[in-house]
Design a protein around this ligand. Structure first.
Ligand code: HEM
Length: 405
């Protein structure tokens, strides 16, 4: 697995460029692809996984305030039915929440308060995924046309680029985002880290890289959990450190990710030349894609006894043979983040957003599916996709308790 993950001949970037049609959506210079992508990977790893956790602790209060405002607005008592509950489409609600929270983390308060910008940030990753699906079905020659139609001539990207151009051109000095949050945003950090290499990192390249990152960030994947969270914040409000120390929450999230995989195949690499693994097999011809079945790994009964059963306490009770047990860990028995030096550097950012959203929702609401028997997802090739029709019912905790009395 390490050889598959690390060999320079087996390219991660080439696989995703094929899948997402980046040749149409992003003007990546392909002549020196391997060198450029390795440099980019190092920059992502430095900013996200090395500097990231310290930044996340400082970002925490801004994210918490944004989430509270979002919940007050979207799930306010004024919108509740007479029985005090509210029924919302699950997939769309998750997407909107993730986009608003990630938007703050990436671009700060001022830009994301602009409705046109916020809409563009919400639309762009979805349009890219829609293009990806259509590129697989249609002949390659019409890919540029599909891209033009789906993205409405790249309207979202153009709007975002117009707003970023003066910010990046001035090395963020002209950006009126108030100090405090400004220095914590990925737009500010990436602009400063790339200042010395502005020839390559033009405003356009940087904007495309940030929107590519946002696409990477747009993945989507209960009473005992509420009890753990409620008890943890009884003594003092949760902060970043304490949020990372809720074992049951981590266990539930990891078990969910283990059982319902976003992607059944991970560590995809495309052979840039013919390649034979050091022990003689397998042989990968140039142009072929090789990957590991994350499904087999996470459903292996030798590592996870009774693998088809959801056991939310599995990683608290030690009912597994892996040496790691946390949601954000990387391990050969748990591949949701990939493996090796290219494993997802944004995993700490993703984990914080998911935990914040879960904790705040569970503290405020009882949640249940409108139809508990419905299928949770469908498969598109190796990807689990949520049904847009799935609805979830939110009942504010006080209300449900009053109704039950
Ligand atoms: C639940 C959410 C997420 C999941 C499941 C996920 C999963 C993955 C996986 C499987 C890979 C490929 C690893 C490999 O090929 O070995 C990857 C790569 C990557 N992810 Fe994530 N990711 C998530 C969220 C994020 C976020 C929030 C960010 C940014 C803030 C991000 C940034 C990246 C980047 C930059 C790469 C490419 C790494 C490189 O080229 O070195 N991801 N991610």
């Amino acid at each position: 697995m390490t050889e598959l993950s690390e060999s320079p001949v087996l390219s991660q970037c080439a696989v995703y460029a094929d899948m997402f049609g980046f040749r149409h959506t992003m003007k990546i210079a392909h002549q020196d692809e391997t060198k450029i992508t390795r440099t980019r990977s190092r920059l992502y790893a430095l900013i996200l996984s090395v500097l990231g956790p310290a930044q996340l602790a400082k970002l925490y209060p801004y994210l918490q305030t944004r989430l509270e405002r979002l919940l007050d607005k979207e799930l306010s008592p004024a919108q509740m039915h007479a029985d005090g509950s509210l029924c919302l489409p699950l997939a769309e609600t998750c997407r909107v929440m993730a986009s608003r929270m990630m938007g703050l983390m990436f671009f700060g308060e001022e830009l994301t308060s602009n409705p046109a910008f916020s809409k563009a940030v919400y639309d762009h990753p979805q349009q890219t995924v829609r293009c990806m699906a259509l590129f697989q079905l249609m002949p390659r020659v019409i890919s540029p046309l599909i891209h033009t139609i789906v993205t409405r001539r790249g309207a979202a990207m153009k709007l975002i680029l117009n707003l970023f151009m003066p910010i990046i051109d001035s090395e963020t000095k002209n950006w009126t985002e108030p100090a405090g949050l400004k220095e914590l945003t990925l737009l500010d950090i990436f602009t400063k880290e790339t200042q010395a290499t502005r020839d390559y990192w033009s405003p356009e390249t940087l904007t495309q890289a940030l929107m590519g990152l946002l696409l990477a960030a747009s993945h989507q994947p209960w009473e005992i959990l509420h009890e753990e969270i409620r008890t943890a914040q009884e003594t003092q409000p949760l902060d970043y450190q304490r949020l990372t120390q809720l074992p049951l929450l981590d266990s539930f999230m990891r078990e969910t990710a283990r059982l319902v995989l976003l992607d059944k195949w991970n560590i995809r690499r495309k052979a840039l030349k013919d390649y034979t693994f050091t022990d003689g097999t397998p042989h990968v011809p140039v142009g072929a894609t090789i990957c590991v079945s994350s499904y087999n790994v996470s459903h292996d009964p030798a590592t996870y006894p009774d693998p088809e059963t959801f056991d939310g306490r599995r990683f608290v009770d030690g009912n597994h043979k892996d040496s790691t047990h946390r949601y954000a860990d990387v391990s050969e028995h748990y591949l949701i983040w990939g493996y090796g030096s290219l494993a997802c550097p944004g995993r700490f950012h993703a984990t914080l957003i998911l935990k914040l959203a879960l904790v705040n929702i569970l503290l405020r609401y009882h949640i249940r599916l409108e139809d508990p028997k419905m299928q949770s997802h469908w498969m598109y090739e190796a990807f689990s996709m949520p049904y847009e029709s799935t609805k979830v019912i939110f009942t504010p905790r006080g209300t449900a308790e009053r109704c039950n009395k």
